[in-house]
Design a protein around this ligand. Structure first.
Ligand code: SIN
Length: 270
């Protein structure tokens, strides 16, 4: 598709593009929406520089792409429950997203996408890696694809959030989803298991499940499927959570890295 409104510059052959020529703080017209959505469907994660998003503008941007999703594990801001702070400093014991994951795959309807706006980043480090689950699926042999196709896997939020909030008596979502998912917009098949939330393949014995998941979690780490984003202050990353995983690198302790995330609701994986 020809983009004569916005400028889309792919970053790798398989995943990631930078988008220039759009101010995300202003209401997106139909055409800009269509071009950004098309770029997101093709490149799976898109990045913007030099943006200035208030919480209201951030939420308005998310709502152009769908209803906003309330995080099932982490509380949002008091006045903006749809906005989650992503913050690390010298007092942090952990940071969000330190392992490969897709956001909240434990939910019955995991988010369609996430929009992360970082206003403060360390001078060096603090990059985010993104992996294409289309590329991960495409690289499997026909025999492995056929083996995985009918399987479903359990995605559990309990071990993730109880480790972060040990005093909480809350329970968190736990749901089964297909191991191979079909993207509802592109129709492409993709691998839908991740090392943070996925605990078990339902149709296999415990040992078989552990071995297959260990292989798939390792497979996702192949750099051939990745793009690495170097943040600058006031950058935005918008990822399609259905067909990507991401990993936040915490190599900047004790420096500050700070921003906000809005998440767009998704549907039940099929
Ligand atoms: C996340 O998992 O949403 C955090 C990503 C990041 O901080 O780069």
């Amino acid at each position: 598709m020809a983009n004569d409104l916005i400028d889309v510059r792919p970053m790798t052959k398989r995943i990631g593009a930078e988008i220039f020529g759009v101010d995300l703080a202003r209401p997106l017209g139909n055409r800009a929406f269509g071009e950004i959505h098309a770029a997101l469907m093709e490149h799976q994660v898109v990045f913007f520089r030099d943006q200035a998003l208030t919480h209201d503008a951030h939420k308005a941007l998310g709502r152009v792409f769908g209803d906003l999703h309330i995080h099932s594990g982490v509380a949002g801001l008091p006045d903006h429950p749809e906005v989650v702070a992503i913050h690390a400093d010298e007092n942090s014991k952990f940071v969000a997203g330190e392992n490969w994951h897709s956001d909240l795959s434990c939910d019955a309807e995991p988010p369609m996408g996430s929009i992360l706006y970082m206003h403060t980043v360390p001078e060096d480090g603090g990059d985010t890696l993104f992996a294409s689950m289309y590329a991960a699926y495409d690289a499997l042999s026909p025999a492995m694809k056929a083996f995985l196709e009918p399987l479903t896997a359990v995605h559990d939020g309990n071990h993730v959030y109880k480790a972060l909030f040990p005093d909480s008596t809350r329970t968190y979502p736990c749901n089964a989803h297909p191991v191979v998912r079909t993207h509802p917009v592109t129709g492409r098949k993709l691998l839908f298991v991740n090392g943070s939330y996925t605990t078990r393949i339902e149709q296999l014995s415990r040992d078989e499940s552990a071995a297959v998941l260990a292989f798939l979690f390792e497979h996702v780490k192949n750099p051939n499927f990745h793009v690495r984003f170097r943040w600058r202050p006031h950058s935005v990353a918008f990822w399609d959570n259905r067909c990507t995983q991401h990993f936040a690198v915490w190599d900047y302790f004790p420096q500050v890295r700070s921003g906000f995330r809005v998440t767009v609701a998704g549907d039940r994986p099929r």
